[in-house]
Design a binder for this molecule. Structure first.
Ligand code: CDM
Ligand code: ATP
Length: 280
């Protein structure tokens, strides 16, 4: 029987996110600070010789051909003319559509892991380029270092923000990334600044105001969290996070969360847990 290999597929936070313009193709230019978390999904991958990509536990709401795990594996096969296949099982812990990048992270883990298991020999740079076809957040997960990101999130500059503890909460609401980016009132002209300048100013998220205005669940949760610690939206939501100095403080705050809200406690990681496990 073939061996099965286990890989982390971590969450990310956007510690700040500014929208600096809109491209001709409709995508928005960003300046954002990405950091990974020591919490996420897990993939168990068994390489096979039959060329088939099989998802052992498909997601209920996502048809297999749309699943970013399946799409990443078939894209790598196509790009490398690889004849091998894989059986892939997903342990899903991250809220979907939460702004913590679960689907993008799954795609990146598949690209990096299968490149190793299939011995297709692509560089991380090339895998990040392929990843961008699947989503704007995939390259950061492929590269695996905390970064100041520009473009649509693919131009990465190494950065080492403090690895704080976070309480991440998901209000009971689904928010479409496309809907927020298409909203007429979204601020789209924050001035482009250097990384040093962005880091030295108070950190904020340009999507936060309209998300708070439109979703009372997010407004109420942030209003509650901010009483205890600096708190913001990640990505286009729905998740919000509070940053604190210690695990104890994070766990105490998490224990008081409203009952109808899911979430988790995690520590910021400037090296992705995937890369920590693969390239120690
Ligand atoms: C908000 C962030 O999570 C910040 O990290 C990302 O920019 C979103 O990345 P993502 O979820 O991978 O988004 P994608 O799946 O590439 O895009 C979803 C939709 O959001 C809009 N979109 C996304 C990213 C971007 N920079 N500008 C956009 O306008 C587009 O309408 C796109 O069709
Ligand atoms: N393997 C997957 N895991 C999660 N979502 C997936 C997956 N494959 C496809 N999707 C689809 O992608 C959508 C976005 O998923 P994802 O978990 O990346 O959202 P997100 O946390 O909002 O990401 P981002 O921060 O990149 O906006 C989901 O709502 C789902 O329909």
């Amino acid at each position: 029987m073939a061996d099965t290999f286990h890989f982390p597929s971590p969450a990310k936070l956007n510690l700040f996110l500014y929208i600096t313009g809109k491209r001709a193709d409709g995508y928005h230019e960003l300046q954002t600070l990405f950091q990974f978390l020591d919490f996420g999904d897990e993939l168990a991958i068994t390489p096979t010789q039959d060329g088939k990509i099989t998802l052992l536990n498909p997601l209920a709401d996502v048809p297999t051909e749309h699943n970013l795990i399946y799409r990443a594996a078939t894209l790598l096969q196509q790009q490398t003319a690889c004849k091998q296949g894989a059986n892939i099982a997903l342990t899903k812990r991250l809220p979907m559509g939460g702004g913590v990048g679960g689907g993008s992270s799954n795609a990146a883990t598949v690209l990096v892991a299968l490149n190793q298991l299939w011995q297709t020999g692509l560089s991380l740079e090339k895998l990040a380029e392929i990843g961008l076809i699947l989503g704007a957040d995939v390259p950061i997960f492929v590269r695996g270092f905390a970064a100041f990101a520009e473009g649509v999130g693919e131009k990465l500059s190494l950065c080492s923000p403090p690895e704080k503890w976070y309480v991440v909460l998901k209000p009971n609401v689904a928010i479409s990334t496309a809907r927020i980016f298409n909203h007429p009132d979204l601020p789209r002209n924050t001035p482009v600044r250097s990384m040093a300048e962005c880091l030295s100013q108070p950190w904020a998220n340009d999507c936060e105001k309209i998300v708070r205005d439109q979703y009372s669940e997010v407004e109420e949760l942030l209003a509650w969290l901010v009483q205890y610690a600096p708190s913001r939206l990640t990505g286009t939501g729905a998740c919000v996070f509070a940053e604190v100095e210690s695990e104890d403080e994070a766990r105490r705050l998490f224990a008081q969360k409203p009952r109808n809200v899911e979430g988790f406690v995690a520590k910021g990681q400037n090296i992705s847990p995937l890369h920590q496990s693969l390239f120690p």
